[in-house]
Design a protein around this ligand. Structure first.
Ligand code: G3P
Ligand code: CA
Length: 238
């Protein structure tokens, strides 16, 4: 079964990673949604991609972890997107879990590089436990140590190995790194047939990111990927 992920919600229609973007993806009937989490100063899981707020407002200095949730909630992330979304604020993972249907697969990416969020894995696992939400979740990260910690805390959670660089034989690394993986999430540009076959031989799904062009999407499907992360509604809408 092909599973395509709405990348950061439906980011062409609402500010990325915001509740409106997540809602748009749900309205499209997306089977799966991807988002990024980081920690506020007071240890709340904030859904945001960058480690800073510059793309929303260049005058806001410092990093996500320098601000409390209350301060972060006061930041307008909508105006830089469009007038319609003026006043939109960042969301917490808890707020997403409250509105996201349980049969929607949620890929939660722990953003741990280059900023290290001490304890984010435990806070995330506890949040999912509090919401009784270990099913239909994939935890992914470029920081594979973070995945190790998640695995130790809650072995039932599915893990997705994010790979950005063109590694030599990454399937050998995946096999021997001690992670009980479900999927691999490579950069789409260098995802080729051998890559897909080697990971399928390990029993892992292959979900490349970020595939926005229909032509490239069809090529990857023909090569055998199990789905993609995409910004394009026509790709992530079933
Ligand atoms: O999870 C796939 C993709 O989101 C990883 O890259 O930079 O968009 O978080 P990035
Ligand atoms: Ca991401």
């Amino acid at each position: 079964m092909i599973i395509n992920f709405a990348h950061r919600g439906s980011l062409t229609e609402a500010p990325e990673n915001s509740l409106p973007a997540i809602k748009k993806a749900i309205e499209h009937g997306a089977k799966a949604i991807e988002l990024d989490v980081q920690l506020s100063k007071d240890n709340h899981l904030v859904v945001i991609h960058d480690h800073h707020f510059k793309r929303f407002n260049p005058s806001i200095n410092g990093l996500v972890r320098d601000y409390t949730l209350a301060e972060i909630k006061n930041i307008d992330i909508g105006s830089s997107f469009s007038k319609e979304f003026e006043g939109t604020s960042l969301t917490t993972l808890e707020e997403v879990l409250e509105i996201c249907p349980e049969d929607t697969l949620l890929n939660i990416e722990i953003k741990n590089i280059p900023v290290i969020y001490e304890g984010i894995e435990e806070i995330l696992v506890n949040c999912l436990r509090d919401h009784n939400r270990f099913q239909n979740i994939i935890i992914s990260s470029f920081d594979h140590h973070a995945l190790q910690k998640v695995q130790a805390l809650e072995p039932s959670l599915k893990l997705g190995l994010l790979i950005y660089y063109r590694m030599v034989n990454p399937w050998e690394y995946a096999k021997n790194c001690g992670l009980n993986l479900t999927s691999v999430h490579p950069l789409q540009t260098w995802t080729d047939q051998q890559f897909i076959e080697e990971f399928h031989n390990l029993g892992l799904k292959v979900y490349p990111f970020t595939v926005n062009e229909e032509k490239r999407y069809k090529e990857l499907i023909d090569l055998g990927v199990d789905g993609v992360f995409s910004n394009t509604p026509s790709i992530f809408t079933p």
